[in-house]
Write a protein that binds this ligand. Structure first.
Ligand code: G3P
Length: 214
């Protein structure tokens, strides 16, 4: 499974890249606004830093605006993926981007039907938001299984990019359910390394190693 970071924070991106574990980046308008920098500049810097796909989201919600912004974003670097909301106008734009050979990530997906429409429009990635579904008492993880089954039934190549991941159990479960990629906030990524038995075991090895003659 490909591991993406859901951030525009350059320090976080560098840390995960240095570990050799980074496959791509996702951003959204809330993440970009937190970065407090010019949108196109921050995307340019991230795209140069990361080898894999970098999702940058359009701001317009009408077709013409999305096409104009998406084309501009796609010209920043080859690995920029244009992120588009799951609306009628959005999927019309995805169709056009697909015709023009521009990669897309369809965001704000909360149902399997929405995911099927995005695949039909030719989306490169679909982003189901697990945590936000859980927040309103729905089963976010079940959505991943449904989309996997639906895409496999028809051979759609749209990659399932599990988003709105809130904790390590989400990460494990989306991998078990066949998501192609998972995008994590840095805090959740760091949690994946943690296990109390690892800490206890390492402490004991460090103690015992003091009597080893190298
Ligand atoms: O980038 C999309 C998604 O990961 C947002 O997550 O935590 O704001 O629901 P969240």
């Amino acid at each position: 499974m490909n591991l993406f970071l859901d951030t525009a924070n350059i320090e976080e991106i560098k840390k995960v890249k240095d570990l050799g574990l980074l496959d791509g980046i996702t951003t959204n308008p809330s993440i970009i606004s937190k970065a407090g920098r010019k949108f196109t500049e921050v995307i340019k810097e991230i795209a140069a830093l990361v080898d894999g796909p970098v999702s940058a989201e359009v701001i317009s919600s009408n077709y013409d605006g999305m096409i104009k912004e998406g084309v501009e974003l796609s010209q920043i670097a080859e690995n920029v993926v244009v992120k588009v909301p799951l609306t009628m106008e959005g999927l019309k734009a995805v169709n056009e981007f697909t015709n023009r050979g521009i990669s897309t990530n369809v965001t704000l997906c909360f149902s399997a039907n929405q995911a099927l429409l995005a695949a039909k429009a030719g989306a490169s990635f679909i982003s189901p938001f697990l945590g936000r579904l859980d927040d309103i008492g729905h089963d976010g993880l079940e959505l991943i299984s449904e989309i996997r089954a639906m895409y496999d039934n028809y051979g759609y190549e749209t990659q399932i990019l599990a988003a709105s991941i809130r904790h390590p159990i989400h990460f494990k479960e989306v991998a078990l359910r066949g998501a192609d990629c998972s995008t994590l906030p840095y805090s959740v990524f760091a949690q994946l390394f943690q296990h109390p038995l690892t800490d206890i075991g390492l402490q004991k090895f460090i103690e015992d190693s003091k009597s080893i003659n190298w």
